[in-house]
Write a protein that binds this ligand. Structure first.
Ligand SMILES: Cc1cc2nc3c(=O)[nH]c(=O)nc-3n(C[C@H](O)[C@H](O)[C@H](O)COP(=O)(O)OP(=O)(O)OC[C@H]3O[C@@H](n4cnc5c(N)ncnc54)[C@H](O)[C@@H]3O)c2cc1C
Length: 221
């Protein structure tokens, strides 16, 4: 984990902080830096707690920077963050990270808040004709789904592991990829989520014939 001494950072005033699902929030502050879609910031509430990394979910040129985050039970920062309101100050580092090189016709595979770097790309209008496969436990965690349905149409695939109804693919993204008839081994695949999700997804893709070099990942640890 990085410490604040490793980062260039400044105080930022929260402009908006919305709960969008059970234990999930979008925190926004004014953008006063340039970044590339896919990059992260270090974020914190004071210098005693080490910064945690969060992908930027908003567009490169948007006025505000949006961070989509979920509370981790037992975590140090994420359960404390929702107590901060509009007008309160947080610490935010300069953006950094290399999960920024994407091909056209790419397949994005995200679990939970791992959708954030892909949202930044899509909202920034970068990359032609992406397919997005998003896996969540319950439907309320299909963040941005209205926008994505309209924007991506059939290229937006929702996988829900604990959904009662038949509105979505029933299962995880790995289950979807195992049986996906249109899986194209010539495309590039970009994965974002927990270490377990990334490893399992990569294994499935390789078993289906996608070359190792065509798979890129950002791991949320
Ligand atoms: C590149 C990158 C990008 C990320 N982007 C996002 C994002 O966009 N959105 C998002 O929600 N998250 C993102 N994350 C995850 C985020 O950085 C935090 O890890 C997450 O919010 C949890 O932080 P925390 O301080 O609440 O939990 P931590 O205090 O870091 O704890 C994490 C988990 O470990 C457990 N734990 C803590 N200490 C111990 C211990 N001693 N023994 C056993 N278990 C323990 C906790 O119970 C908790 O479940 C990203 C991570 C990385 C690396």
């Amino acid at each position: 984990m990085k410490s604040w001494n490793d980062l260039q950072y400044a105080k930022q005033r929260i402009l908006s902080h919305r709960q969008i699902a059970n234990g999930a929030y979008i925190l926004s502050f004014k953008r006063n830096f340039d970044f590339k879609a896919g990059q992260v910031i270090g974020l914190g509430i004071n210098k005693e707690i080490a910064p945690r990394l969060y992908s930027i979910a908003s567009a490169e040129k948007a006025e505000m920077v949006d961070i989509l985050y979920a509370e981790k039970s037992g975590g140090e920062l994420s359960p404390a963050l929702p107590l901060f309101r509009s007008g309160d100050e947080i610490l935010v580092s300069e953006p950094f990270g290399t999960f920024t090189q994407f091909s056209d016709d790419a397949v994005y595979v995200a679990a939970g808040t791992g959708i954030a770097p892909f949202m930044s790309r899509i909202l920034s209008e970068k990359g032609n004709n992406p397919t997005l496969i998003h896996g969540v436990s319950y439907p309320e965690y299909f963040y941005y789904s209205d926008y994505l349905t309209q924007k991506l149409g059939r290229n937006y695939i929702q996988c829900c592991s604990r959904c009662p109804a038949d509105d979505y693919f029933q299962g995880r993204v790995t289950d979807y990829l195992k049986q996906w008839q249109n899986l194209d081994t010539t495309k590039k695949y970009y994965l974002c989520g927990s270490a377990e999700m990334v490893v399992d997804t990569r294994d499935v893709l390789i078993s289906r014939g996608v070359p190792f070099g065509s798979i890129n990942a950002e791991i949320y640890f």
